[in-house]
Design a protein around this ligand. Structure first.
Ligand SMILES: Cc1ncc(C[n+]2csc(CCOP(=O)(O)OP(=O)(O)O)c2C)c(N)n1
Length: 803
């Protein structure tokens, strides 16, 4: 200090004062947004509210340490952080509370998520990447507690890759030498989840630039800390992760949620350590409060003691911040009151603007429809009733879209028997509204960009009589070799993927050829393998995450379902994570190595592509398609196919297999069997046997279950054969029932059927061990033969007598 000029000292003091007052402004802005938000819910203007009050101070400190290019994966308390970064206006905050369906109004979720789910937009409207290093990035939030953690690992891991994999050094829109920190936030109670512990361990092993801030307010809704965490403290419980002079690990810091200077210092040093040295940091922020309780669902007075409530009042971080500012001489109490007064007016102004914008759109629709109903009523025989419905609609307090649409639908039903001229205006208006509402509520389950799988170029595999016969796994190996050479953003990882090149050797030799940053081993942690992939894909890389066996996908299905599969939908195209999940399933052995839980997958992964290649030639072509696209996918290779012989295509790496286009494997006229994966071979064998008694089967491999037969190929086959059987290895009512539903609901085949459509599945239990266990559990050639024969018997018992 002694050597500094007076000017310099004054400048530093004024910078600090400006900073402190700016932070104060953000803290109280956020607090008043919380207070007003709660009232909006109780007034019936929003359905549910969860707010960030009590967590403000730590978040302004985190925003100070957060830099352009960094990523946040957090949860519903982070509004102050987002506001202080400049990534969330108060108006946007309220737009989400009201569920305003406009991307401009609510850039995080276009009204699709309840309030407190934050996100920035990573993509331009056409789906191309923005420059992520020039902006602050918040990965789109999810509600399940701790589900933000696995992708946080991936966001941090990407920095590690960008720093160490020289092939990525030119991707300056995604990283600058891996200097980006991934910041996570999580509530103290949520640290009890397995995902949290799995992520922490993996981050310690991988040494990635990840800072995890735990917002500790001593409760998880009503349940106090002693029920959540060993020793009542997550930083105490995790002390074994602490790095030492000789061992790598975590840096663990503790700070109080009301201590402004402590928070600023802690976040700054955590950020610096992670950024420069890629050391993960656990930042335990203790003594936080929750002034309004957990959410609008109930009062915290039900479960907090009087003493606790009083302590929370006294140790409120904004109160403490005020005391600090005044005692440090940065401002007087009057000045702070003045700022708070201004803030209150501004928050109210933006809240009102958000409401006006939200309700204004609905009002326009309501006025339009009222005038249409009235003019329709003039022409209708149900005039009085229609005018009454219009009147009721007009009287609705805080009308929503449902009020408008349900009235229109009721009226269209009432006047169904009247002439077209009477109904036309209302019907036309409604059909236009349906399109708009589809865009508002139902669009973007899948990519809507030029890189959607449906737009990928189809290049057939080239095989001729000279193409060598090789093991299936060698086709995959050749494909991965080609892709590692030609696509620097591609990398593959999973249990046993690195050194031995996966348990079936499709990556054999490729780690030594391309290095440990391209083909790598991981620990046994399916959930965070997937999270690692999601986070890396969010940052522009093309990861292939391997789940060793399909049966173990269950460890990660929640993450795929809640996070990856909903990502495009819940951000309305604002983010993408085109992760490819590779796994192998169907036939092998026993209860845990031969499952085909396709019904479970199909029900939970809408939003992802699901490929079920029957062999490795098809699998390689599917991977090529997926790598051209911007959609996340699950590919299930056939466990028993790696050693089966296939011809090596000449254009390996280049040919593609289109998604949603079934392939007719055998033409026939008596009955269509629709199947996929390992069952293709079984059905083809059955078809050969049945041909011997003059029965002609058409066998169709659907190839992908999501999307499913987008061109109606199966329907066309049924028009010809008039009979259909859907066969797979899932439980009854699983994948086979799904295929039947798709065809019956979408392809209008009912009138072409001469026999009831049927399914053939495995037994309801998982398969018993060994070859006999398989035979008596899963569909066999005999099962297919007998099932088909039975259908034919019912059609023509004379020609096909009972067995
Ligand atoms: C997997 C899952 N289980 C339960 C819930 C319901 N829930 C929402 S918030 C919450 C408490 C979380 O407490 P904490 O992690 O301490 O965060 P805080 O809300 O106190 O900030 C619970 C149980 C959920 N969202 N997800």
């Amino acid at each position: 200090m002694a050597g500094k000029s007076q000017d310099k000292v004054q400048q530093e003091a004024s910078i600090q004062k400006n900073q402190v007052l700016e932070d104060f402004r953000w803290a109280v802005t956020s607090r008043h947004a919380s207070l007003m938000g709660r009232k909006e819910v109780f007034m019936g203007k929003a359905k549910f509210g969860i707010f960030g009050d009590g967590k403000e101070l730590a978040q302004v400190a985190m925003a100070r340490a957060f830099q352009k290019g960094d990523f946040r994966a957090g949860y519903y308390r982070d509004q102050t952080f987002m506001m202080a970064l400049g990534e969330l206006t108060v108006q946007e905050y309220f737009a989400q509370l009201y569920a305003h369906t406009n991307v401009e109004a609510d850039p995080a979720s276009a009204g699709r998520l309840m309030n407190g789910h934050f996100a920035t937009r990573f993509l331009n409207e056409d789906g191309s990447w923005k420059s992520l290093t020039s902006q602050y990035n918040a990965a789109a939030d999810v509600s399940p507690t701790a589900a933000q953690m696995p992708k946080l690992l991936g966001l941090a891991f990407a920095s590690k890759l960008f720093r160490n994999n020289k092939g990525l050094k030119d991707l300056s829109d995604f990283s600058v030498n891996g200097n980006e920190v991934a910041w996570g936030t999580i509530g103290n109670a949520s640290t009890s989840e397995g995902m949290f512990f799995e992520t922490m361990n993996a981050a310690g092993v991988l040494q990635v630039p990840m800072v995890v801030a735990v917002w500790d307010d001593g409760f998880g809704i009503s349940v106090p800390q002693e029920f959540h965490t060993t020793k009542g403290s997550i930083s105490e419980a995790l002390i074994g992760l602490q790095r030492t002079d000789t061992e790598t690990g975590f840096e663990i810091l503790r700070v109080k949620g009301w201590d402004y200077e402590g928070l600023i210092q802690a976040f700054e040093s955590a950020g610096q350590l992670a950024r420069e040295s890629h050391v993960p940091v656990l930042l335990h922020v203790e003594e936080m409060t929750q002034p309004q309780g957990h959410s609008t669902s109930g009062s915290h007075e039900r479960y907090k003691s009087k003493e606790r409530l009083q302590w929370e009042n006294e140790w409120d971080c904004i109160l403490k911040f005020k005391e600090y500012i005044i005692s440090s001489g940065f401002a007087t109490a009057d000045h702070l009151d003045e700022i708070e007064g201004e803030v209150k007016v501004e928050v109210k102004r933006q809240k009102d603007a958000a409401w006006l914008a939200f309700s204004g759109e609905i009002k326009v629709e309501l006025e339009e429809v009222l005038s249409l109903i009235r003019s329709t009523a003039e022409r209708s025989s149900r005039k009085i009733l229609l005018l009454q419905l219009a009147d009721d609609l007009k009287k609705t307090i805080n009308p929503i879209r449902k009020d408008v649409v349900s009235t229109v639908r009721k009226i269209l039903f009432l006047i169904r028997g009247e002439g077209e001229a009477i109904k036309k205006d209302l019907k036309d208006w409604y059909s236009q509204l349906q399109e708009k509402n589809f865009d508002r509520y139902n669009s973007h389950l899948y990519s809507q960009t030029a890189a959607a799988v449906s737009h990928c170029q189809v290049i057939p595999a080239q095989v001729n009589e000279n193409s060598p016969l090789v093991d299936g796994r060698e086709i995959l190996q050749a494909f991965f070799d080609y892709t590692l050479e030609h696509n620097p953003q591609f990398f593959a990882f999973g249990e046993d993927v690195g050194k031995i090149g996966d348990v079936n050797q499709a990556f054999a030799g490729l780690q030594s050829k391309y290095g440990e940053w391209r083909v790598m081993d991981t620990s046994i942690r399916e959930c965070t393998i997937l999270g690692q992939g999601i986070g890396a894909a969010l940052r522009g890389l093309r990861p292939m995450a391997e789940i060793q066996y399909l049966d173990y996908l269950l460890y990660g299905i929640q993450l795929l379902s809640d996070d990856l599969a909903t990502l495009t939908y819940r951000t309305k195209g604002g983010q993408k994570a085109p992760l490819i999940v590779r796994t192998r399933g169907h036939r092998l052995e026993g209860v845990w190595h031969s499952g085909s839980p396709m019904g479970m997958i199909l029900s939970s992964l809408r939003g992802m592509i699901v490929c079920v290649p029957r062999n490795m030639t098809q699998a390689a072509g599917m991977y090529a398609t997926l790598l051209q696209s911007d959609e996340p996918a699950l590919v299930i290779e056939c466990l028993n196919g790696y050693r089966l012989k296939e011809q090596m295509p000449q254009n390996i790496g280049e040919y593609t297999v289109p998604m949603g286009i079934p392939e007719v494997l055998r033409e026939g006229s008596d009955l269509t069997v629709v199947t996929y994966g390992s069952m293709c071979r079984i059905v083809m064998d059955a078809a050969a046997e049945l041909a011997e008694i003059g029965l002609s089967l058409e066998v169709i491999d659907v190839q992908t279950l999501l999307p499913f037969d987008t061109q109606g190929i199966i329907g066309q086959s049924i028009q010809k054969s008039n009979r259909v059987l859907f066969a797979d290895e899932d439980v009854p009512g699983g994948g086979s029932a799904y295929m039947m539903q798709q065809i019956l609901d979408n392809q209008n085949v009912y009138s072409y059927l001469d026999a009831a459509p049927q399914t053939l599945a495995a037994q309801a239990h998982r398969p018993a061990y060994s070859t006999d266990g398989d035979y008596f559990s899963k569909p066999s050639v005999e099962d297919v033969v007998e099932k088909v024969y039975q259908i034919m018997h019912e059609s023509n018992p004379k020609k096909f007598p009972a067995l």
